[in-house]
Structure formats: C-alpha cells, structure tokens
Design a protein around this ligand. Structure first.
Ligand SMILES: [Ca+2]
Ligand SMILES: [Ca+2]
Ligand SMILES: [Ca+2]
Length: 152
C-alpha cells in the first residue's frame, strides 16, 4: 500500500473510533461517520481488523436499529452475492432469523444483493432492506465480537 493510502486508512480508523465504540453484550460497534457503499464500508471494517455487523438476536437487532440518531440507513454484514436469494452473513453462516421490511428483499432491478437497516420502518424488527452493494452510499456498522477478538 502507498504511504498516502496507509495514512487514509489510519485517518478513517480514527474517525470511526471518534464516533464509538458502542457496547452491547460481548460486542463493540463502530458506526461510521462517513457514507460509503457496502463493499467500501466492509473494507473500512476490515482495515480495522473487524467486519460488518452480524445480527445474532432480536435484542442485537433492536440495539443496532437505535445506533443511528440521524435515522439514516446503515449497512450490516448480510448479502446474497454468491447465490440470489440465499442470504448469508460475512462469516459465511446462513441467515436464519431475519428482519425484513414488508415487501423486502425485492432484489429491485435484479441488482440488490446487500442488506441495510432502514428507519423508513418504525419497527426495528421489520427494518431490513436489500440495496445495491456498490452504488448506494450510507453509513455502516463494524462489529468487534468476541469471535473476532479471538482471531486477532
Ligand atoms: Ca453480532
Ligand atoms: Ca439479491
Ligand atoms: Ca430492496
């Protein structure tokens, strides 16, 4: 990596740490201050040795919904990039419990493979939407779980 790129990675890290972390259960979460695509957001998490957030319980889902005071959309670590309609987490486990909004996931234009938490729904337990992974810029949530920390 070029020196300038490394500096940018460091800056982004500092920026995210300034905005967090928030704690819930055994995990720490960093809500981004910037808005980026799912793919870029995921890369930012990985630059911190983390990954996008994985929703393991209803309680965690409610907590994550409440993370963004500005009420914007937030990327989570869920996608159906490998097989259309097969939603998997960034740790390759299949999503069993899901919290989609009514009518979602709709794979609009056959081009929506990444999941976000939306505040268009007022119910945290029906607030997911699928959107394009590379052409929609919103906030994202990195999670530092005990599993991640075990790997570091
Ligand atoms: Ca989690
Ligand atoms: Ca899809
Ligand atoms: Ca959608």
């Amino acid at each position: 990596m070029k020196e300038k790129d490394q500096l940018q990675v460091k800056l982004n890290k500092l920026e995210m740490e300034r905005n967090g972390p928030s704690r819930f259960g055994q995990s720490l979460y960093y809500l981004s201050t910037e808005k980026k695509s799912w793919s870029q957001g995921r890369q930012e998490c990985r630059n911190m040795g983390l990954d996008l957030a994985i929703v393991n319980s209803q309680e965690e889902q409610k907590f994550l919904y409440g993370l963004n005071n500005a009420c914007g959309d937030m990327w989570i670590g869920l996608h159906d990039i490998s097989t259309e309609g097969k939603w998997e987490w960034v740790d390759s486990t299949l999503a069993t419990a899901t919290y989609w909004m009514k009518g979602e996931p709709n794979d609009y234009g056959n081009a929506e493979d990444c999941a976000l938490i939306s505040h268009r729904s007022t119910d945290p337990l029906t607030s997911w939407n699928d959107a394009g992974c590379d052409n929609y810029s919103i906030n994202w949530i990195c999670e530092n779980s005990t599993e991640t920390r075990g790997r570091l």
